[in-house]
Ligand binder design. Sequence first.
Ligand code: ADP
Length: 489
Amino acid sequence: MSLSIHRGDLLPGRNYIGRWCDAEEGRRFDVTDPATDAVVASVPDSGAADARAALDAAHAAFATWRAVPAKQRAQILKRWNDLIVAHQEDLGRLISREQGKPLAEGRGEVTYAASYVEWFAEEATRANGDVIPAPVVGRRMFALKEPVGVVAVITPWNFPAAMIARKIAPALAAGCTVVAKPAEDTPLTSLALVKLAEEAGVPAGVLNIVTASRQRAAEVVDVWLDDPRVRKVSFTGSTPVGKHLARRSADTLKKLSLELGGNAPFIVFDDTDLDAAVDGLMAGKFRNGGQTCVSPNRVFVQAGVHDRFVEKLGARIVALKVGPASDEGSQIGPMINAKAVDKIERHVNDAVDSGARVVVGGQRLAALGANFFAPTLLVGADATMACSCEETFGPIVAVTRFETEEQVIAAANGTPFGLAAYFYSQDVSRIWRIADALETGLVGVNEGALAAEAAPFGGVKESGYGREGSVHGLDDYMSLKYVCQGNLR
Ligand code: ADP
């Protein structure tokens, strides 16, 4: 099946380990379009030998890459940014085809991915250390920033361009070299980005990527986790896999950035602008069909505005257009795979069995394809339901009515997760009270779409640690070396 992109060579269909190559054992696996389950391409199904080869290459390249002046590394990253922007249409189509998001969102993701590359190109030249006033005579004291070494990058499928770009860009900016394994559902966009990085002048060995099926993912990643030459792991994905990576890298005490699952509360207080709250929820919830880690998962609405809010929201959800990414009018695409749809269906059924009521949707849209699910509005949700305890990762809004501020804060924080939270209020004292009380790494106040390359993105509690983007994002890829020169006269 044609992927209808202009530059066919953006689909190398191979690993990149200093050069484009097949997996040592020659195995491959299929990549499918979630809208139809049709096979669109195949990529190498790599194993331990390929992981080792990638690591050898990254380790060998580190000494040279770290010595490249920051300005030169920045120029290469700027060229990479320019190439990503120039290929927005092709990359957007690849994203939408393998991941399923509407084409407008696919194009938007390319811009978003590029914004991190541009940001870290600029930050590369500002990795200043400290000159420390010495407490005694005859000393000069410095804190120097150094690249940590080889970084293993493991990414999920929901943002095939952005997730990998916002890990690779700071790693390269810091002077680290990279071994990467993209998600098995969406390897094509990552390979295309690496192709453009090669074109931008990233030297051979500095950025290596191997693809693997779900069955062989652990075989590849375990090689990296067990090897002391990998000094950092940067992972975005589920909390169970994140915990496994932390445990397995404990023996070699690697630095870790873990951006894991969320269970975002979205709170609407009585004193709010209801239309703005509905807009914010629509933007935050239905982006990528609800398949984002910052997607509002539990919606709490105060009793005084509950019914009006539900009415307004229902009217908006009914109007959403569901369809394949290839249809320019689609606002909600297919879910990533059958497992994802099964989970969504389980959550809806469980909520209804426990007393929630379906206002809109509530079922699969089998006529469109096996992976489509109707945008759904449920009312009468409570904390015991699966849709409140687990991240649904789908187009489901489950509304819980609440009475008091104390009650809703306890409910919002009553989860092991702490990535994003949102609330709508016009009361300035309440705004700061609630922003302080929420146990999350990100808080949207009267805002449903938070992410920006200039802001620190990351969680607390079991949503992980480390920050991506912002002036803090580069530090995650660097270590501090204290240099003390004594006996100066
Ligand atoms: P999801 O459930 O959204 O697919 P995962 O956390 O399972 O999220 O997957 C995120 C990334 O982690 C993917 O690249 C996947 O291949 C990888 N992965 C999954 N299981 C393992 C594992 N046991 N070891 C290493 N990587 C894994």
